[in-house]
Design a protein around this ligand. Structure first.
Ligand code: AMP
Length: 325
C-alpha cells in the first residue's frame, strides 16, 4: 500500500478552491486515460463547486466519444485561470494551451518527470494511470465523486493498465478499483462493451500486422505499416496505437514496435511496447519517451528508423543475456 499524501491533496484542493476559471488539459493524441481523467476531474470539481467555470480542453476523438464530451471554448477569453495538466510530462505535447493565460499549474501525471513542474505537483511512476491518481486524490480530499465520475476513472484505469495486464498494475490499483466498484455501483460489464467492441476491419488489421511483422532472433518484433493498408480497411491514424497493445504475451516477442508515416506532419510515429526490456530511454533518443514498458517516438529521417530498430534489438539482446546469466 502506498503512503497517501494527504498534505499534497489538501494543497491541490486549496488551489482549485481559490480559482474561478479552471482549464484541464492533457496530451495530444489522447487515449481513454487522458480523456477519462480530464472528464472525471472536471465533473468532480463541478460537483464540488457548481459555480466555477471548469473546462476540459483539447481535440476530441470520435472513437472515445463514449467517455463524455470535451469543452469547446476560446481560451483567449479567460482571464487568470488555473491550468491543470494531466497525463503528460512535457509542454510540447500538451494539447490546446498555446493561447491560454494561466497563473498557476497543478500537474498530475504517471509518466517520468520532464519539463512541466506544477506549482502543486503530483507526479509519480508508481501508478497504472493518471485516472488511478485522480481517484486517489478525490477519495482522499473534499472533492466529490458520483457514479459518472467513478465510471470515467474506472475506464481510464482499465484502459491504461490493459485490463490489469500491464506491469504498471499494482495492489493499489486493485484497491482503488474496488472502492470505485463498491461505493459507486459501477456497471462494469456494460462499460467493457464500450471499451472493447471493435470492427472486423480492426481484426483484419491485426491479421495484417501478424502476417507482416519481422521478428528478430533477440525477440524484437517490428513493422513499418503501409498507410494504404490502413486506408483500405477504413481505419484512421490511431489504428497502430490501438493494435500495439494486442501483441502482448507472445512467446517470441520481448519488445515490439510499429512505425506509421504521418503524412500531414511529415513524420514517422513509432509505438513501442515491451514485456521485459526498459524501452523509454531508447525512445528518448528519438524525440520520444513514455513509460518503461510503453513508449513512443517521432522520427523525421527515414535512416533513423533502422537505427531505432537496431537499438531496440540490442536492448532485447542485452536483456536476454542478463536473463540467461
Ligand atoms: P502510444 O504508443 O502512442 O500509446 O504511447 C505510449 C506512451 O508513450 C504514452 O504514455 C505516451 O504518452 C508516450 N509517448 C508516445 N509518443 C511520445 C513522444 N513522442 N514523446 C514522449 N512520450 C511519448
Amino acid at each position: 500500500m502506498f503512503a497517501i499524501n494527504k498534505d499534497l491533496f489538501k494543497q491541490i484542493y486549496k488551489l482549485i478552491k481559490s480559482y474561478n476559471n479552471i482549464v484541464i488539459a492533457r496530451h495530444i493524441g489522447p487515449d481513454p486515460d487522458a480523456i477519462g481523467s480530464q472528464i472525471a476531474l472536471r465533473d468532480s470539481i463541478k460537483l464540488t463547486f457548481p459555480n466555477k467555470n471548469v473546462y476540459a480542453i483539447g481535440a476530441g476523438v470520435s472513437r472515445f466519444k463514449y467517455l463524455g464530451s470535451l469543452d469547446k471554448i476560446d481560451v483567449t477569453t479567460l482571464e487568470d485561470s488555473l491550468l491543470i495538466v494531466l497525463d503528460v510530462p512535457n509542454f510540447i505535447r500538451v494539447d490546446g494551451i498555446e493561447d491560454l493565460k494561466y497563473s498557476k499549474i497543478i500537474k498530475i501525471d504517471h509518466h517520468p518527470k520532464e519539463d512541466i513542474v506544477g506549482d502543486v505537483d503530483f507526479t509519480s511512476n508508481n501508478y497504472s494511470s493518471t485516472a488511478e491518481m485522480i481517484a486517489e486524490l478525490i477519495l482522499n480530499s473534499k472533492l466529490m465523486m458520483d457514479t459518472n465520475v467513478a465510471e470515467s476513472l474506472f475506464m481510464g484505469i482499465v484502459s491504461d493498465s490493459e485490463r490489469f495486464l500491464f506491469r504498471n498494475t499494482t495492489v493499489h490499483t486493485f484497491e482503488i478499483v474496488i472502492r470505485l466498484l463498491k461505493d459507486y455501483q459501477i456497471d462494469f460489464l456494460s462499460l467493457y462493451d464500450k471499451l472493447y467492441e471493435k470492427g472486423f476491419n480492426e481484426c483484419k488489421f491485426e491479421a495484417y500486422i501478424t502476417d507482416n511483422m519481422t521478428i528478430t532472433e533477440n525477440g524484437l518484433g517490428y513493422l513499418i505499416i503501409d498507410n494504404n493498408e490502413i486506408e483500405k480497411l477504413g481505419l484512421d491514424s490511431s489504428a497502430a496505437s490501438v493494435a500495439i497493445n494486442k501483441f502482448n504475451f507472445i512467446r517470441e516477442l520481448y519488445c515490439w514496435c510499429f512505425v506509421t508515416y504521418d503524412e500531414r506532419n511529415e513524420i514517422y510515429k513509432v509505438n513501442i511496447r515491451s514485456r521485459g526490456p526498459v524501452v523509454n530511454e531508447v525512445a528518448a533518443n528519438y524525440h520520444g519517451g513514455g513509460h518503461a514498458y510503453a513508449s513512443g517516438a517521432r522520427i523525421s529521417k527515414k535512416d533513423d528508423i533502422d537505427k531505432l530498430i537496431n537499438d531496440l534489438d540490442k536492448l532485447c539482446s542485452d536483456y536476454l543475456g542478463k536473463e540467461n546469466e
